[in-house]
Design a protein. Structure first.
Length: 180
């Protein structure tokens, strides 16, 4: 009975990810204004889209690649991004707000101006066309590993990893090198 329920759940997650799939955002296209959470489960916000910003999408808070190879580069290089004209950096994951807050505290125990946003329903990631079926690893659809540099409300740079377990095109140093 348990295996039937497990199989049905996996099939439902896979089907949901497929149904929600849409074309991946491209440079020049607008960033959708979708509610996310930063402070509390009953307080939503949207990413302010004025000036230049960096949106870093990760498959899972506390996961090895996200915690060890990807997000620390954005925390450590925050001032370099500011010097290149970036207003804010937003780390987004399909996790709940409690997980995102705890993850930020773990990665930046003395604080950081980098924003950690919970896309708990996957609405933002889905609207960007960057949701993938991660049921085999995370148990549910998750964000692809991506970085979007915005200019106002438009995507200026869109970098997406082919393999979500790697950081090749979305690392902080790689993105910094692309900024004017």
């Amino acid at each position: 009975m348990t295996s039937i329920i497990t199989s049905a759940t996996q099939a439902a997650h896979s089907a949901a990810a497929s149904l929600l799939a849409k074309a991946q955002i491209q440079p020049g296209q607008p960033i959708p204004q979708v509610d996310v959470k930063e402070s509390a489960p009953d307080q939503t916000t949207t990413i302010p889209l004025t000036g230049k910003n960096v949106i870093v999408g990760v498959p899972g808070a506390f996961s090895g690649t996200c915690s060890n190879s990807h997000v620390p580069g954005y925390l450590q290089n925050y001032d370099k991004f500011k010097a290149k004209g970036i207003n804010e950096i937003y780390v987004v994951s399909v996790n709940d707000v409690f997980v995102m807050k705890a993850w930020k505290e773990k990665l930046a125990p003395t604080g950081s101006p980098v924003h950690f946003l919970a896309d708990d329903k996957g609405a933002l990631v889905t609207s960007l066309g960057l949701l993938f079926d991660a049921t085999g690893f995370f148990g549910a659809p998750r964000a692809k590993r991506f970085v979007i540099v915005t200019e106002g409300d438009k995507a200026q740079i869109v970098a997406v990893e082919e393999n979500p377990g790697e950081v090749k095109v979305t690392g902080a140093e790689t993105i910094l090198a692309q900024l004017a």
